[in-house]
Design a protein around this ligand. Sequence first.
Ligand code: PLP
Ligand code: SF4
Length: 440
Amino acid sequence: MSSAHHPAPEDGGPRFRAFTPRDLDGLLRRMSLTPAESLALRAVATVLPFRTNTYVIDELIDWTAVPDDPIYRLTFPQAGMLPPPELRRMADLLSAQAPRAEILRAAHEIRMRLNPHPSGQLDANVPVHEGRRLTGLQHKYPETVLIFPRQGQTCHAYCTYCFRWPQFVGEADLRIATDDITATSAYLRAHPEVSSALITGGDPLVMSTDVLRRYVEPLLEIDTVRSIRIGTKSLAFWPYRFTSDRDADDLLRLFERVVASGRHLALMAHFTHPQELRPPVVREAMRRVRDTGAVIRCQGPLVAGINDSADAWAELWDVTTTLGAVPYYQFVERDTGPQGYFGVPLARGHQIFRDAYARVSGLARTVRGPVMSAMPGKVCVDGVAEVAGEKVFVLHLIQARDPALVDRPFFAAYDEGATWFTDLKPAFGADEFLPGLEVG
Ligand SMILES: *Cc1c(COP(=O)(O)O)cnc(C)c1O
Ligand code: SF4
């Protein structure tokens, strides 16, 4: 077991404890698995990241429902996450007790075949300032810059479907991160078109408040930055971050400072399943965050076997709205890592979105989706229609690298099995979706 960066609680609040692949055998003893099943799960955890914590295990997972429990599936490895030949190869190495170097080499090779950096994550969006590439920032859409703090590139637990999984497997070349706060500020000053700074990870709230402050405070000196967002799953995975951790109150004071500066502060909260909203402590955490004047906006991906039902989404949007949060995006699982296992076809995904959307009040219909963060931008599947005798997907870009393409409807040939933008072809035999819209 290991501790995260953030400090222990002051007075009796739970102390953060993480479980890593080393603890997996012990955790799996809670279930009656055959040796082969348990070996398969260890094989998956050798290639893809695994990390959970005491709160997820004791408060979120319903062990009587395992292995179908959604939170179990959200955090524990499953055999289907690797293609069968890769799974067999890793399981064979483990059962033969192959040398560590050989296991690591195989794990690396398998990762490289899982499209670790979809949509040009590593290169395409890295800004350049005074001749220097600012790795650790991403600037794809004119008005928003993403900041990946070096100390925030881990999470309180890891989602099995994580699209940023290469950040967590300990291979330095696969990582995006910065601690050059001066360069970040210089870049933002040179780009007054950037009105929104999004601090993300990993999960920036694994950082202590003191470290987070070093990233946030300089932003308050830049007048053109009007909103600050913090992308986090800590409300779901470690709500004590906002209640009883030693620097929880300092964190809330920092939020208040941002709000007092006249900026919009949004906690971009990642929620996957309504079960994450049931413990009283998460509700208390949300109340405390809202009391600072920050807005909680909720987003998460649609993933097979975890939340691929209209019931799950309608409840998620309904409860978050009741708790004063704002539904924001429903994402499509990206084309990386275990997408083959967790991906939901766009046609089915849209049906789930629509069935859930139709059931919630207008207050919760702030949500947009299903959305693909693809190379040209955020592509929203608006629906399926018949146009000029052809069955088509109707789509539009919510965000685009080229703002001229934003909010213009376009059409793709209907394909029941398509799971990602690159699977789609323009409808009506056209050569392109829209003039200037590059697919990959
Ligand atoms: C989603 C995303 C944003 C934020 O887009 P909004 O529509 O403003 O929420 C910014 N940059 C990148 C690279 C993104 O993927
Ligand atoms: S919280 Fe986000 S970054 Fe962290 S493991 Fe889950 S999906 Fe990945």
